[in-house]
Design a protein around this ligand. Structure first.
Ligand SMILES: Cc1cc2nc3c(=O)[nH]c(=O)nc-3n(C[C@H](O)[C@H](O)[C@H](O)COP(=O)(O)OP(=O)(O)OC[C@H]3O[C@@H](n4cnc5c(N)ncnc54)[C@H](O)[C@@H]3O)c2cc1C
Length: 486
């Protein structure tokens, strides 16, 4: 593992070309699968290269949530009213540096993209899970997966749930998605080579990417010629040196969520041809303390005993806020009527106390601070109000029935997990961009590109697979078209 940029090889370094294709796609997760299918749909000859022994990548580990909206068939069938303009407004509001053109295309194309996925055989149940959870517990097709109901966003865009999940139980949606996409690819004239790692890009004298240098487990190195190359090779969460260099927030206290393929090689290949990585500091991080949703009735305080986040935020937004607190320390406080046990015990139970004084002492909070925070909160909550953080009235309940309990959300105590969101700067068609414009013949999509998701404060579950499939598809189509034109 390293931050090293692989050498950009020249056609002069190629002793002999092996295989050739109009479009070579690097990586067989959701972005690569969608790029390959889209390129093949145009009639292009496609070669899909995957370093592992099977398809799937990190996508196969994921829950299979896909953030789509604007009136999808699942939204319509379950009585959810959504429209493209509200979806655009919402994503713009939660994104630190929104790319308005990409957001517009994504939202306007969302319903058609849903239909395309269904046309490939990806199933979505016409059902809505109304509870607050990290993912749908069953095969339900739709759920709230972002901060749409959280202040200030609920005032900036009309809220609608947009977390569509592939119809598979619980968190197995990603595996089912990849099983179906793989089966579909096997029915198309797309050639797939497993155990084939792309080590270098090959460019001609004009800087046009015209092939790849690979190492195959079976027969060693080879040069493969391509009209265009689409990098869809995942993120960099398991590359400790890249994490230290770009995403220091993920350095300690986190379990990386990903596969060995998330070593950032896709991004570094792009850099070798002049590509520029952006939003590399951005990460998804979480140690979700719900479900059960009852936990959202609690308050979260830092080591000074002060609140700092609306507790009903999406779990990744809450985690991001915790990590910004002094010593990344925070506690979830509940009373006798609201205490429950987390379904997945990521935040450990610390203890219960008969009085607030005892709790302050045990947690090391300056005397009186937590008592004041609770008094203020309880007074407002009794009136259905939260003037400080605007927690939704559904979760406002005075915490005045002792004994009180605390769960530890601090980094190093709670089981934090994370993955990276930064990647190569690309055009809406997936062209890898340098400061001066596109690198001819080179595309990127999925976790090795930066499209919509930028940071955990605004992340909604489903955005990665959503943008990976959507912009992967656009990249595949454009890569195929540019071959014919060129
Ligand atoms: C536990 C978990 C749950 C998640 N849940 C969700 C969710 O529900 N919804 C959501 O939107 N996001 C979710 N995410 C994030 C999401 O899964 C990923 O961001 C997304 O799947 C990445 O897709 P991809 O196609 O870009 O990469 P991948 O699926 O990782 O595919 C990349 C492929 O490229 C291959 N590869 C890498 N380098 C090379 C090379 N040099 N040569 C050849 N092949 C190479 C890899 O082996 C891999 O197979 C979750 C992540 C995790 C870990």
């Amino acid at each position: 593992m390293a931050t090293d940029i692989p050498e950009l090889m020249s056609t002069k370094d190629v002793p002999e070309w092996g295989d050739a294709a109009d479009v070579i796609v690097v990586g067989f997760g959701v972005a690569g699968a969608c790029a390959a299918i889209a390129a093949a749909e145009t009639g292009a000859d496609v070669l899909l290269l995957e370093r592992a022994t099977a398809s799937g990548g990190t996508t196969a580990l994921c829950a299979g949530q896909i953030y789509l909206g604007g009136g999808t068939p699942v939204q319509e069938a379950t009585g959810i009213i959504d429209d493209v303009a509200e979806m655009i407004r919402y994503i713009e509001a939660v994104t630190p540096e929104p790319d308005s053109e990409k957001i517009r295309l994504y939202c306007e194309g969302s319903v058609a993209h849903f239909s395309w996925l269904e046309s490939l055989g990806v199933p979505f149940e016409r059902s809505f899970y109304a509870g607050k959870a990290v993912y749908q517990p069953g095969t339900e097709g739709l759920m709230w997966t972002g901060n749409e109901l959280t202040w200030p966003f609920r005032e900036q865009a009309k809220p609608a749930p947009r977390g569509h999940k592939v119809a598979a139980p619980g968190e197995t949606g990603g595996a089912e998605l990849m099983r179906i996409l793989t089966k579909h690819i096997e029915s198309l004239p797309i050639r797939v080579q497993y155990e084939t790692t792309v080590r270098n890009l090959v460019a001609d004298a004009d800087g046009h990417v015209v092939g790849v240098h690979v190492r195959r487990l079976s027969d060693g190195p080879a040069f493969l010629r391509a009209g265009s190359v689409v990098l869809a090779a995942g993120g960099f969460v398991v590359n400790t040196e890249m994490i230290a260099a770009y995403t220091p927030r993920l350095v300690s206290g986190f379990m990386p969520l990903g596969t060995p393929g998330d070593d950032g090689l896709g991004i570094r290949l792009g850099q070798s041809a002049g590509g520029v990585p952006i939003h590399m500091e951005g990460a998804f991080m979480t140690a979700a303390f719900y479900p059960p949703p009852q936990m959202l009735n609690g308050i979260i305080v830092n080591e000074a005993g002060h609140r700092f986040v609306a507790e009903d935020s999406y779990h990744g937004r809450t985690a991001g806020a915790v990590l910004e607190q002094p010593n990344a320390r925070a506690y979830l406080i509940l009373d006798a009527e609201t205490t429950a046990w987390p379904e997945i015990p990521l935040a450990p139970f610390i203890d219960g106390w008969e009085s607030i004084d005892e709790m302050e002492l045990a947690l090391g909070i300056p005397p009186g601070n937590l008592a004041t925070t609770l008094d203020d909160y309880n007074t407002s909550a009794a009136k259905g109000d939260d003037p400080d953080f605007h927690k939704h009235p559904d979760w406002l309940k005075p915490l005045d029935a002792g004994p009180w309990a605390a769960f530890d959300l601090s980094l190093g105590k709670a089981a934090y997990v994370g993955f990276t969101l930064g990647g190569l700067r690309t055009s809406p068609d997936g062209e890898v961009l340098t400061a001066g414009g596109p690198v001819p013949g080179l595309y990127a999509a999925g976790a090795c590109a930066s499209n919509i998701a930028q940071d955990c404060s605004g992340y909604a579950s489903g955005t990665c697979v959503g943008e990976g499939s959507f912009f992967g598809r656009r990249a595949g189509r454009h890569a195929a078209a540019s071959v014919r034109v060129g």
